[in-house]
Design a protein around this ligand. Structure first.
Ligand code: NIG
Ligand code: FE
Length: 398
């Protein structure tokens, strides 16, 4: 099936000078787009579409509204059970965020059936789609046994091709309920658990932070993952400064996520390595930590992505429009930079060039906004501006 969309008041293609592929401007006013099956076939002005005599099976008039690429959420933990709203409420009253809460979600997740985990994750993917997210990465990390990590990834695999094995989220409690044995757990994560999980995963991730895994343990887990054919990514520098960001750069990982506490050497390493720094402002919103400084990273030439980190503890939002608004208000990004970080930035963090842009040949993932420009995503925070979504060329909303 082909679709011709005309009457687009402003089209944000997401293409920047220097990108490979057909030359289209970053912004096109009075634009038109042709989608052929699951791909973008043509991008230009409405006038160009008329003079080229373009036609399609279906014609849609955007009515002067803006169109942006489908959002690419490159960091989400959607396979879990339980609720931690009491922990959030306590934080808003002054408690500090501690990654210890992860263990309560682990207990609830282990007790949940596969069907319940799939239903919960599907509901969140649906929420994301209604807010314009057409590609999502989903991590395990709330199972922390061979069986529970493998079934979490099997659930994730039913919802996305971007699945990440996060057995190294925290060291689970020992059988007596006391602190678990970290060295033995790393052996499990890099041995039998990896073997059970690798068939369901594209990526491997480690929470490299005080209280979770140290840099040597992270290195060991990433090396084992690479040997099993998985790409590496890291959670690092979330709760304080640390060596995680530099490890990610040294290993040339696709992305390192959080990046809240960075020194000048970290920023320089990110710029040199080309590792994408994925910023997760939903976390700072709901943990009352300081926001990461996106302006500093962009000015240093670092590739920046925005993602939701949707999870029941540190950031229970599924909304990239909300993250865009926070990034503009709190992190020094322009609206255009923030929307690009949530689209092409997320794609780069997942080493993908087929999503996150509206250019000929790209996947036909488009979002129609009930607004005249993409800036309204930050200008009108909290307003449900997503009026339509095409995913792989098919209208999935309304
Ligand atoms: O990305 N940082 C580690 N993991 C999650 C939080 C998980 C939780 O609190 O349940 C994160 O923020
Ligand atoms: Fe996370």
């Amino acid at each position: 099936m082909s679709v011709l969309v005309t009457g687009i008041g402003e089209l944000l293609t997401g293409r920047l000078p220097g990108d490979e592929g057909p030359e289209v401007p970053l912004l096109v006013e009075r634009a038109a787009v042709v989608l052929e099956r699951d791909r973008v076939a043509w991008v230009g002005t409405a006038e160009g579409a008329r003079s080229d005599g373009l036609a399609a099976d279906v014609h849609v008039d955007a009515g002067g509204r803006a169109v942006v690429p489908g959002f690419v959420d490159s960091h989400a933990h959607l396979v879990f059970a339980g609720d931690r709203s009491a922990e959030f409420t306590a934080r808003m009253a002054g408690e500090r965020y501690a990654a210890d809460g992860i263990r309560s979600t682990v207990a609830a997740t282990r007790a949940a059936s596969d069907e319940a985990l799939l239903a919960g994750a599907s509901r969140l993917v649906g929420e994301m789609l209604r807010q314009g997210t057409t590609t999502v990465e989903i991590k395990s990390g709330y199972g922390l046994t061979v069986r529970d990590e493998a079934r979490s990834l099997a659930v994730a695999r039913r919802l996305t091709e971007e699945t990440t094995y996060l057995g190294a989220h925290v060291v689970p409690d020992g059988p007596d309920g006391g602190a678990g044995d970290a060295a033995a757990y790393v052996d499990l994560v890099t041995g039998p658990m990896l073997e059970a999980c690798a068939p369901h995963a594209r990526w491997i991730d480690v929470f490299c932070e005080t209280g979770a895994f140290d840099v040597d343990q992270a290195r060991a887990v990433l090396a084992a993952g690479a040997a099993a054919g998985l790409g590496g990514r890291l959670h690092a520098n979330q709760l304080g400064p640390g060596p995680g960001v530099r490890l990610a750069c040294e290993l040339g990982l696709a992305a390192v996520d959080h990046c809240t506490y960075l020194d000048d050497a970290d920023v320089a390493a990110l710029a040199d390595a080309g590792t994408t720094a994925t910023l997760l402002p939903g976390v700072e919103f709901s943990t009352r930590q300081p926001y990461p400084d996106a302006r500093r990273l962009l000015d240093a030439g670092v590739h920046v992505a925005l993602a939701s980190d949707c999870n029941p503890g540190s950031s229970f939002t599924s909304s990239l429009p909300f993250c865009v608004a926070l990034a503009v208000r709190e992190m020094g990004m322009t609206p255009t930079e923030a929307v690009l970080a949530a689209t092409r930035g997320g794609a780069r963090a997942l080493a993908r060039d087929d999503v996150g842009r509206i250019v000929p040949g790209a996947r036909a993932d488009l979002v129609l906004l009930d607004a005249p420009s993409h800036a309204h995503l930050a200008y009108r925070p909290g307003v449900p501006l997503v009026a339509g979504v095409w995913q792989r060329g098919r209208p999935v909303l309304p």
